[in-house]
Write a protein of this length. Sequence first.
Length: 94
Amino acid sequence: MSPEETKALQTNFARIYPIKHSVAKCFYDKLFELAPGVRDLFPEDMREQREKLADTLAFIVKNLDKPDKMELAVWLKAYGRISDMMVDQLPKEG
């Protein structure tokens, strides 16, 4: 992705960020419409799940031009999903 494309995506995402909860709700509504069998994989109350989706998308779009922040282990650690010990166990790139 070129720097211009990255900037355009970030600019456009900034426009929908204020309605991120509505966007996440639409996403999950469509997902469950197209694949009703996956609904049971998610909690009944989807508020927290929608928030996680919106936050994840925001993190990705914000850091598109920062590959070091996009490394999975760094992201998981930043969001408290894995510990330092678990990060050390992940395969290294390159």
